[in-house]
Write a protein that binds this ligand. Structure first.
Ligand SMILES: C[S@@+](CC[C@H](N)C(=O)[O-])C[C@H]1O[C@@H](n2cnc3c(N)ncnc32)[C@H](O)[C@@H]1O
Length: 297
């Protein structure tokens, strides 16, 4: 993971240090939030918080800001490290980290509204229903006026660190996903347009303000009405499933095209056929087609 994050680092000449694109984008959002609200206490929910690396970066970058930190993390050991990290930071209070699957969100922190909800470097690791939970629960838990939702992920994964089951979205795919979201909820497309970071691997982020979301009466009704929420979960899940199926088909197609380029016109010998088969079996095909994502009903 270290290498992947390094690929997204940029040099900050003013501070003479390296910083990560996701950190600097998030810092800009927090600065904007402080300027807009004049508040010095931030209620933050970090979904898939990992070991709290970003919390440390933000807490140290904004020493006068009091942070009420809430996290959700699947891996117990990692969540414990996040708790220890959070406890070591003077300006972090109410540090509560739930351990478990994203579906836990539905019944967690139900009486709270957050000024900031983040999901960083993690969407590619989430299963189809979880992405839906992430989006809908974040909408539900975001402070309606000045809250910010910040989603950040990589456009692709480095091949030296294979991650079976991981499905990154490239920039056009992220755009098409959020377009669908805008259709479902009648939110103007321009408010759901991700930013593109054109670093080596590439990344995108989307930041949405609560006020913008809640201008959509369709969304407000959905979030208040459990039946509508369930209906939208189903619509989302179907959309994401189709989307991933399409990626799989497209990946198979591009592998075959690449192979044709290697063996342009002449008929293939048996050993060449075998080589191709191995490529298909052991390479990208496994990566894309055997992942758990498509095993849902
Ligand atoms: C690549 S790490 C990113 C961590 C952190 N956000 C960061 O940027 O440093 C992804 C994290 O998501 C967690 N995760 C993956 N699937 C999850 C799920 N279904 N529910 C909750 N957490 C999950 C993993 O355990 C891992 O810690």
């Amino acid at each position: 993971m270290g290498g992947r994050l390094d690929t997204l680092s940029v040099y900050n000449f003013e501070q003479n240090s390296r910083s990560l694109v996701q950190d600097s984008s998030l810092k800009t959002i927090i600065q904007t939030w402080i300027a807009e609200t004049g508040q010095n206490t931030l209620n933050w929910l970090d979904i898939c918080c990992g070991d709290g690396r970003i919390l440390i970066e933000i807490a140290q970058g904004f020493p006068d800001l009091q942070i009420n930190f809430h996290g959700l993390e699947l891996e117990r050991n990692i969540a414990k490290r996040a708790e220890i990290n959070a406890a070591s930071l003077k300006n972090v209070t109410h540090n509560q980290i739930k351990i478990g699957e994203l579906s836990l969100l539905q019944n967690s922190f139900t009486d709270l509204k957050f000024d900031l909800i983040t999901n960083i470097n993690s969407i590619h690791e989430l299963g189809i229903p979880e992405i839906s939970y992430l989006i809908l629960e974040s909408f539900k838990k975001l402070e309606k006026k000045n809250g910010y939702l910040f989603l950040f992920d990589l456009c692709s994964l480095p091949y030296d660190e294979p991650e079976p089951g991981a499905v990154p979205w490239d920039y056009p795919e992220a755009c098409s996903f959020f377009n669908k979201l805008s259709e479902i909820f009648d939110i103007p497309k321009e408010n759901l347009k991700p930013n593109h970071h054109r670093s080596t691997i590439g990344a995108w982020h989307l930041s949405i303000k609560g006020m913008v979301l809640y201008r959509s009466s369709k969304l407000a009704t959905t979030l208040e009405n459990i039946e509508n929420s369930e209906k939208h979960h189903k619509t989302f899940i179907k959309f994401i499933k189709d989307f991933i199926e399409e990626k799989k088909t497209e990946t198979d197609r591009s592998i075959k095209l690449t192979i044709r380029r290697f063996y342009p016109t002449k008929p293939l010998s048996e050993s060449e056929m075998k080589e191709i088969q191995n490529l298909l079996d052991n390479g990208f095909r496994i990566f894309w087609s055997c992942h758990e994502q498509l095993r849902i009903n």
